[in-house]
Design a protein around this ligand. Sequence first.
Ligand code: NOJ
Length: 564
Amino acid sequence: MTKEIKLSSRAERPWWRDAVTYQIYIRSFSDSDGDGIGDIEGIRSRLPYLKALGIDAIWITPWYPSPQIDHGYDVADFLDIEPDYGTLDDAKRLIKETHEHGIRILLDIVPNHSSDKHAWFEAALQAAPGSKERDRYLFRDGKGEHGELAPNNWEAVFGGPAWKRIVEKDGTPGQWYLHLFAAEQPDFNWENSEVRAYFEKVLKFWLDLGIDGFRIDVAHGMVKAAGLPDVVADNPHAEMLARAARPYWDQDGVHEIFRSWRRILDSYSGDRMAVAEAWVSPPSRLALYVRPDELANSFNFDFLGSPWEPTTLKKMINRSMDALVDVGAPTSWVFNNHDVVRSVDRFDLGLIAGRANTTSERQGDASKLDIPRGTKRARAGALLMLALPGGAYVYQGEELALPEVRDIPEDRLTDPRWQMSNHTDRGRDGCRVPLPWQATPAGAFGFSAVPSLTPSEAWLPQSPWWGSYAVDIQEDNSHSTLNMYRAALKIRHDEVGLGDGPMSWIETEESVLAFSRPGQFACYLNFGLPITLPMNAKVLLSSGPLDGVEIPTDTAVWLRLSDN
Ligand code: NOJ
């Protein structure tokens, strides 16, 4: 049983306690100019779609100038826009029009590292060891007689060592720099006051343009343990969610940074906020990021690490909510993002995201995949997520029940994981294929406004079957996943008891998750044999067809319970 929280009405509390935020992976959302790459004008043209979907906010993945080694998470200039995506004027217009549609807008900020093409890093390469230019990053002398060994045993998240040795200006082998991700993503030194001041300037620059907040990339990685000690573990491989403590994740020093960021956010009107991408465990550690003077939200990644199984899911839900109650923060549920295999596949195959180092660990066994069953589960999971207390983050294409794309030809794979894992892990491209807006192939299934663009010319190729998931056919089908999301989000807005606030578990079969929310609202999700609907309950929405008064397996229903 979870503890009860007393909360004000939805209109009185900050919007981010209840919001459903839609993640836009900008390269793959909508392309206005026919280059096969999504852009800002593409997003602008789809604002009516987002409005009709019923989400409260959008989060746009990094749109800054970038060599795109890690598709924008390698930022060369934090104060401008990537030319492939548009201009600062386009960004200003998008911010204004998004607000006119009644939607908030969050930007991705990447403070753990920059691109190696950032002016600061280029200056650091030209400068001498010990210089102020080098001190903005984590340069160290190597070990061994000639400095030929990496400074410690840390490994990069994408595979291989987390250190790269440079050649000094005079042509001699030189110092090493830390990169927790790709070698083209050098880590900043957050002990350096210039780095801190720079990011404060960056935050203010975008807040002044009217954005509502930030998603903070690798928020748990910015501060490293003093002295950069070796990882002491059998397997020093870096995972975003390390099972054991790591000297580069979740160091207490990050909290002081977030307190200073919160002060900046609070100095603006309109409940500006930040959400942390902090892959930390257990939830009591996550709670530290959302203390009242720190960040508003922190993604709750537990659902990415859960199989499709009621006992585990219930435990995770309770654990997450209990941990956050003490700091008064809302939970932020996540089923999908641009880093993990899509939930249709994950829930069918029982995959645990975030712990993959090979393609088979990441994608599971394709021969066992049953997409209709995975779709049923993903739809039921969506109704669970949207009925739970707090906010939710929906990744583009989740509302279309897109499955993972497993047939991208190897020579078209772009994720740095593919190269850095020596071709053992295909990486994350399978959840990033450009969205199908139309069933017909013209304009890469409508992804592009230019009809001559073919599906294979999109930056990641779209397979011939992709059009069967298109928005236009789902709009015309009252049973489609798109229409289920629209209906769910409408009910969620109208129901005063949904969003943040209390919930109570309902005692029922072990194979069922059932809980109520204020206003006689209930959600039942059945994992087992068919069960009978509660007496006199009115069905508000279901994730799949009901069998008379029975809820079939892998189906969720939203109900209005009756007193008698
Ligand atoms: C987390 C982002 O979600 C991921 O896409 C990126 O590769 C890493 N951080 C590095 O920035």
